[in-house]
Design a protein around this ligand. Structure first.
Ligand SMILES: NC(=O)c1ccc[n+]([C@@H]2O[C@H](COP(=O)([O-])OP(=O)(O)OC[C@H]3O[C@@H](n4cnc5c(N)ncnc54)[C@H](OP(=O)(O)O)[C@@H]3O)[C@@H](O)[C@H]2O)c1
Length: 314
């Protein structure tokens, strides 16, 4: 396993991490533990969860159980802001809410520190300085080691990091945003901002919810039990004519290079210098195994240019 620094921090994260939003939804405790055990066995030490994954924080709870006795070898990333109850006191980025949210996450995770605490998405009702000061306090208290953001735009990253710099607060070390072969929008503004201000990029939906593995075929029913098997929502957004056309071209390219589609989806992200860890979700240990292997493909400049031809939209 290759490890990279998370942004300009000293924290070394594996180039393949594990997204944990299946835990507590499609994975029960025993399926969660099987996936987590396989991950640790393969050097996948970085686990990305959130308070709102699984009803009532179940993803954090299951992850906490799965990591019992192994905490020292794991890097736990979680998030706050999303609603954990009714009304304005049960979510957001206020100092008041963060103080409660961190303790609740620590309890569910059965640990006394969070390695990476992420602002899940911007809270327009709270001044960002208040959120950053509250996070800096958590670092000083030892409850949190590093903090980062998610779903921020380029200017929001610059504004936030400028405040941490001028106010002498701990810096943001990461930005988590949607990024995959079908969606490269962050390359315009967010990625240059992260490069300039020292944040590592953590791409979410790296496999477009499994679509980029090639397991969904146009005109055929989705394989039973898979994430996009239930119609509506995500399936409607991802299983489109345009995406199937791009997928066909990507598959042909991967095959000509002697690789699978999963290799291309993960290897391409892992080959981007701004990407710190590809946090692919998994419901089975075999998927983790395959995803780790896929990151071994380091695309050459020529191969990256070919992918650009297929995926770049003006
Ligand atoms: N910050 C945010 O707002 C945000 C939003 C979304 C996600 N995230 C984070 O990003 C992580 C990754 O995103 P994601 O899990 O939603 O989507 P993803 O990584 O694009 O796709 C995960 C799904 O792909 C399938 N899969 C994985 N490896 C496979 C393999 N080798 N072969 C075949 N199928 C495979 C599994 O589908 P099946 O379920 O069909 O087995 C798995 O559930 C999440 O877990 C979460 O931690 C963050």
């Amino acid at each position: 396993m290759e490890y990279k620094n998370l942004g300009r921090s000293g924290l070394q994260v594996p180039v393949v991490g594990l997204g944990c939003n299946n835990f507590g939804r499609r994975c029960d405790q025993s399926a969660t533990s099987a996936v987590v055990d396989k991950a640790l066995e393969l050097g996948v030490t970085f686990f990305d969860t959130a308070d709102i994954y699984g009803p009532g924080g179940l993803s954090e709870e299951y992850l906490g159980v799965a990591l019992q006795g192994k905490r020292r070898d794991a890097i736990i990333a979680t998030k706050f802001v999303g609603p954990m109850g009714e009304g304005p006191l049960w979510g957001g980025g206020s100092r008041r809410y963060i103080s409660d949210a961190v303790d609740a996450s620590l309890k569910r995770l059965q640990t006394d520190y969070i390695d990476l605490y992420q602002i899940h998405f911007p809270d327009v009702k709270t001044p960002i300085e208040e959120t950053l000061r509250a996070l800096d306090d958590l670092v000083r208290q030892g409850k949190v080691r590093y903090f980062g953001c998610s779903n921020f735009t380029g200017w929001q990253v610059v504004e936030a990091q400028w405040i941490t710099k001028t106010e002498h607060l701990s810096p943001l070390v990461s930005a988590q945003n949607q990024y995959n072969l079908l969606d490269r929008r962050i390359e315009r503004e967010l990625v240059p901002a992260c490069d300039a201000y020292g944040l590592g990029v953590l791409p979410y939906f790296p496999l477009a919810s499994g679509f980029l593995t090639g397991k969904y075929r146009q005109g055929e029913p989705a394989p039973e039990g898979t994430r996009l098997a239930s119609a509506g929502g995500m399936a409607d957004r991802v299983l489109t004519e345009g995406n199937f056309q791009t997928l066909a071209k990507l598959e042909a390219f991967a095959e000509s290079a002697g690789h699978s589609m999963v290799d291309l989806a993960i290897g391409w992200l892992a080959s981007q210098p701004h990407v710190s860890s590809v946090i692919a979700g998994a419901t089975k240990p075999e998927q983790v195994e395959q995803n780790v292997k896929s990151a071994e493909w380091k695309l050459t400049g020529e191969e990256l240019a070919e992918v650009d031809q297929i995926t770049r939209r003006s």
